[in-house]
Unconditional design. Structure first.
Length: 432
């Protein structure tokens, strides 16, 4: 669906937005230094955009459920029937219940992590908190019912988690800066100022420091990501590069091959300064139209195919693989490649990416939701079993079990795997 919309959206009206955008929202990460009490807040952008709230089930907060009835009743309840009976698991944790509030508290609880503070020029412990920056029209919640058990085999948590049909997340919205709050200098700004100084002195690093790259790789990071980190901090030192990695390892294209950039400021023959944007645009090699047409015939736009070729040294086979591997974040990956090769400051974003980010910001509302659908898994682990879906339609729960569809009296609120909520102030909800 995303792939088709990327191709067709430009032909439609300017008000048309990607369907996936109704699920997307921004999170804000706040870091407070334990020494200087300075605060850094994550910036609104692709790195803060997500479409899923994944909650861990804290089994240390579990309480015992009342004892069940006879074995026959217990075995009967294992089956998911069209009449809406609720499945009750049979494993050891089936008699336990974890309050849903504890799942939320575990996700939004403050945690301590190490972060580089440019003021102190060292890595220090910081308190990290996560909050909603925006609330999406539809919120998808995924419970972490599966974990790696002995021998790395997926194990299912069968404990009951009673998810409410009405959910208020307003308490988890990000707040504005507090009175007296001091902002922590940004690592990227620090690195950029160092890079500007290097440019003026004529010492611009065009290659990553092998020593920094080797040490980062020894920590388990990829070679491309390590090179990207070293270049981003102008080969400053390992600690600064490692801190950059921690902040950007989830960015789209983090592990993509690094394409060297030209200095942002050069001087032409008339001793007149011009930006590297102009020079880069002049030096971009011509691409065979037949190659563009070949990749475009697979459903990609000319901009996407051009970016793929640029990111893979104009190798058509690698370009096709690059496109396939970036289906989930293709617009962001294209923007990064074009921004890195055409704009000195990475300002160019594709139209679809800009629309998605703006919609996630504009479609904000109150953090109150109603439950409209549940996906549950019948089985002990992911290797086998069956998925069914319950959808609330006009106040009535309806079970979708393959080709079987029917009304049910009770939905498995406590044993779902994924829950879809609709914002109360969204069109068509209970409150509108």
């Amino acid at each position: 669906m995303n792939r088709a919309e990327r191709t067709c959206l430009p032909r439609l009206t300017s008000t048309t937005v990607p369907t996936a955008s109704v699920l997307q929202f921004h999170l804000e990460y706040r870091y407070q230094c334990s020494i200087t009490q300075q605060v850094r807040r994550s910036k609104l952008g692709p790195q803060s955009l997500t479409n899923l709230l994944e909650l861990r089930i804290p089994m240390d907060k579990a309480v015992a459920l009342p004892s069940t009835s006879s074995d026959s009743t217990h075995q009967e309840s294992k089956k998911q029937r069209v009449d809406g009976s609720e499945p009750i698991p049979t494993d050891t944790d089936a008699n336990l219940s974890v309050p849903f509030e504890e799942c939320l508290n575990a996700f939004f609880a403050a945690e301590t992590m190490d972060l580089f503070n440019p003021t102190l020029q060292q890595i220090v412990p910081c308190l990290k908190t996560t909050r909603f920056k925006t609330f999406p029209r539809y919120l998808m919640v995924k419970l972490g019912r599966y974990y790696a058990g002995p021998n790395w085999v997926q194990v299912k948590i069968n404990a009951k988690v009673e998810v409410p049909e009405l959910l208020d997340l307003s308490a988890f919205r990000a707040t504005s800066a507090e009175v007296g709050e001091v902002e922590m200098p940004d690592t990227e700004e620090n690195a950029r100022s160092n890079q500007d100084a290097s440019i003026q002195s004529g010492a611009v690093p065009m290659e990553a420091d092998p020593g920094i790259v080797e040490q980062l790789m020894s920590m388990g990071f990829s070679e491309n990501g390590s090179k990207r980190a070293a270049l981003a901090v102008s080969n400053a030192d390992v600690d600064t590069a490692m801190n950059w990695v921690f902040e950007h390892m989830e960015d789209p294209g983090f592990n993509d091959p690094v394409i060297p950039t030209l200095p942002p400021l050069i001087t032409n023959s008339n001793n007149v300064s011009e930006t590297s944007t102009a020079r880069s645009a002049k030096q971009l090699p011509a691409i065979d139209p037949e190659v563009i047409n070949m990749l475009s015939s697979m459903g990609y736009t000319e901009e996407q195919t051009t970016a793929a070729l640029m990111a893979t040294d104009y190798n058509i086979e690698r370009a096709a693989d690059w496109l396939f591997s970036h289906l989930d974040d293709l617009d962001l990956a294209v923007a990064e490649v074009l921004g890195r090769n055409v704009s000195a400051h990475g300002d160019s974003l594709s139209v679809a990416s800009e629309v998605t980010n703006k919609v996630a910001e504009m479609d904000d509302g109150e953090g109150r939701y109603e439950l409209v659908a549940i996906i549950s898994h019948l089985g002990k682990n992911t290797d086998h079993g069956h998925y069914v879906c319950h959808v609330k339609k006009n106040g009535q729960w309806v079970l979708f079990n393959d080709e079987k569809v029917g009304k049910c009296k009770v939905a498995p609120l406590g044993y779902g795997f994924m829950y879809l909520f609709k914002r109360l102030d969204a069109p068509g909800s209970l409150m509108t």
